[in-house]
Design a protein around this ligand. Structure first.
Ligand code: GLY
Length: 396
């Protein structure tokens, strides 16, 4: 994994040393990272003595909402702490990240969710990248083994949600969990992990996309035949709409697939999603999308900072795999997203917002949960995007 990260950084530097197109950073990235680090130390203090993971903040009750390690988002807080430690050198952030890893350890055997990829890779993956340890590697390899217990060769996908015995629900978010499998293939030498990741991505590419390159949140397959039973609106407005975070998971997911496989069809798909979202008539000028591109109450619909943060980090990577106008377009769009997200409209003041960095994300409007709130994954992908951006503008 270290090698892959190094290659990624080298690729960044190589592309960007060929011209000065992107040389001037418009985002005050060091200031944004310092601010984020101070805010996460405040969150650490708020969590003290709980052994819980941050989930969101209830601004009406002025209360931090927390979860145990089983919540799908449990890996994002430690992951963000590790990114912030890398950028600021503040050891307190690292110590808090390691404390959370210990609490996450039992999830390596969690076979009940596809989200074990998010949980264990965003956390242990970053810890292991910074300071590799054989204990971390064992935990991540076990986590990858847990994840592939959910793969069906009949469907050609890892199952996302456990429903009835006649259901096999696969959601686009699942693409993000494949990164753990690529790490495991390399670390263990077992190509099964690689093959399952590729098969899942191929099946998703075949079935999840519409003619206009938007995508469904979920599909329910017949587990016995692998045929599609029906499409699901999931967390989006309807099964025909384009849920903003779903499009973002797809954009980031297929860009990541291209990083590991170099298969042109994955790059093409990532570009198609990027073009869909960036050219969408309902995409606001500040590039923070409404929670669904087809939300019925646009322009009064809520924005989703988490979708913007995921798009932003994905586009920074994608800008490295294309050239010319597209490279410039994706980079500039990501830069605009970072400018908006780091403004006071979206970035909370230190000591407020329960310690979360960003405000105004949308978890799940159809179920009425986490509506216009801070969320750990918005913070994680925002900080990751700041790190990626910094590695581009700080080049000698
Ligand atoms: N993976 C669930 C979500 O994006 O809300």
């Amino acid at each position: 994994m270290k090698k892959i990260t190094l290659l990624f950084v080298v690729a960044f530097v190589c592309v960007f040393s060929t011209g000065d197109l992107f040389a001037k950073g418009k985002v005050k990235v060091d200031k944004a990272l310092e601010h984020a680090a101070r805010q996460y130390l405040y969150m650490r203090d708020e969590l003290k003595g709980t052994n819980q993971f941050p989930k969101t903040y209830d601004k009406h009750m002025q209360r931090l909402k927390t979860s145990n390690s089983k919540w799908w988002c449990s890996g994002f807080y430690p992951g963000t702490l590790f990114y912030l430690y890398e950028e600021t050198g503040n050891e307190e952030l690292y110590t808090e990240g390691v404390r959370m890893l210990k609490l996450l350890e039992p999830e390596q055997y969690n076979v009940n969710t596809h989200d074990v990829g998010f949980m264990m890779y965003c956390s242990y993956g970053n810890a292991n990248r910074i300071a590799p340890q054989s204990g971390y590697k064992d935990i991540m390899a076990n986590s990858a083994r847990s994840l592939i217990t959910r793969f069906s060769p009949v469907v050609g996908c890892i199952k996302s949600h456990n429903r009835g015995s006649d259901d096999y629900v696969v959601i686009i978010d699942n693409m993000m969990n494949l990164e753990l499998l690529f790490w495991a293939a390399q670390a263990t030498g077992d190509s099964t992990f690689y093959d399952i990741a590729v098969k899942h991505a191929d099946t998703t590419l075949k079935n999840h996309f519409r003619a206009d390159n938007s995508l469904y949140h979920g599909l329910n397959y017949n587990p016995k035949t692998g045929t599609i039973k029906h499409y699901q609106g999931g967390q989006g407005f309807s099964e025909k709409s384009a849920w903003a975070r779903g499009q973002a998971w797809g954009l980031y997911g297929y860009t990541m697939m291209y990083r590991f496989t170099k298969k042109p069809e994955y790059l093409e798909q990532a570009i198609k999603i990027a073009e869909f979202v960036l050219n969408h008539p309902n995409m606001p000028k500040d590039l923070i999308p409404y929670w669904d591109y087809n939300a019925p109450d646009i322009p009064d619909a809520l924005r989703d900072a988490s979708a913007a943060a995921i798009n932003c980090s994905g586009l920074l990577e994608l800008s490295q795999y294309v050239s010319g106008d597209k490279a410039e377009k994706y980079y500039k769009a990501a830069e605009k997203m970072l400018q908006t997200l780091s403004s006071p409209v979206y970035t909370a003041e230190v000591g407020t917002n329960g310690g979360f960095i960003l405000k105004h994300s949308v978890g799940n409007i159809p179920s009425g949960t986490e509506v216009d709130v801070p969320l750990t994954y918005a913070d994680y992908y925002y900080v990751e995007a700041l790190c990626r951006y910094k590695s581009l503008v700080d080049k000698p």
